[in-house]
Design a protein around this ligand. Structure first.
Ligand code: AMP
Length: 292
């Protein structure tokens, strides 16, 4: 792919190969319709003129990044995401900047936000949920193999590609800054007990979040939802897991959720075992893509 070259700004002294790397400028792109709005700027559909490749151009305002003191975080996370290559992880092709803005050149996820789909459908079928959970488990295995913990797996951070495949977006730095849910509660719902209790955490946090996600896919709401934050905290720490009678969810799905939502992080079902779980094996589309 012609566009698959990382770009660094002229300030990057560490870049020994700076001369060989493409330095993008805004005029390399034909900017189209807005795709959405984030906390620090806008996302536009764009076409890279030479390759004709369609991308999503995320435009962040430096002033806002500075004000929120997230510049360093952005730099580090861009560095991480630009090196990841997995069908279920949104590609970051490169970045560039001018005096006032930072531009991220992202893979275009044609089918948009998973969160909107979940809101529209209320909850997903077992087939659809299992297909998504399997693809996320594979993406997390890849990430953990690269010593990257996502820490913020939730519907708002997932996009859907043109084939219907799930794409993990908003890496790491979204943990602290890009909370698309308006209330604090949205964030709390996916926090594992070790983060609620502020003890040390490691890659096992992503298994917990995958369990929360699986529940929310099937039931349409996260498992520890409560009116007050303190109550959500309490339910998370106690692992107060209840399975409503409606919608109907198979015992095998509940079994998988129960094995991921385990307080002792070392006892959570390892991701490769998630892929071998009978509910996943029976329900997930082997192509890894949910086609509706
Ligand atoms: P963000 O700044 O990441 O919160 O993005 C704001 C909105 O833009 C999202 O809610 C999506 O609707 C849209 N968006 C962001 N990135 C992409 C992408 N790569 N492909 C398609 N739409 C996107």
């Amino acid at each position: 792919m012609a566009i698959a070259t990382e770009s660094r700004g002229s300030e990057d002294k560490a870049s020994a190969h700076a001369n060989e790397e493409k330095r993008w400028v805004l005029s390399d792109f034909e900017v189209g319709k807005p795709l959405g709005r984030g906390k620090f700027g806008h996302v536009y559909l764009a076409r890279e003129k030479r390759s004709n490749q369609i991308v999503a151009l995320k435009v962040l305002f430096k002033s806002q990044l500075k004000q929120s003191q997230v510049e360093h975080q952005l730099r580090r996370e861009v560095e991480i995401q630009s090196h990841l290559r997995h069908p279920n992880i949104l590609r970051l092709y490169g970045y560039f900047y001018d005096q006032t803005r930072v531009y991220l050149i992202l893979e275009y996820a044609a089918k948009g936000e998973l969160y909107k789909e979940l809101t529209r459908c209320k909850h997903f079928s077992e087939r659809r949920s299992a297909t998504y959970i399997a693809s996320l488990a594979r993406a997390l295995i890849y990430l953990h193999g690269k010593h990257v913990i996502h820490r913020d797996i939730k519907p708002e951070n997932l996009l859907i590609g043109v084939q219907g495949e799930l794409k993990i977006a908003d890496f790491g730095w979204s943990v602290h800054t890009f909370n698309r849910r308006r209330t604090m509660c949205g964030t709390l719902d996916y926090l594992p007990p070790e983060m609620v209790e502020k003890t040390e955490h490691d890659y096992h946090v992503d298994i917990w979040s995958l369990g929360i996600l699986c529940y929310e896919f099937l039931y349409g709401v996260p498992p520890f939802e409560a009116k007050e934050h303190s109550e959500t905290y309490r339910r998370i720490v106690k692992v107060d897991l209840k399975f409503p009678l409606k919608p109907f969810v198979s015992p095998a799905a509940k079994d998988l959720i129960s094995q991921m939502l385990v307080k002792n992080s070392a006892h959570r079902l390892p991701l490769h075992k998630v892929l071998e779980h009978p509910w996943i094996v029976q329900n997930a589309d082997p192509s890894g893509v949910y086609r509706g």
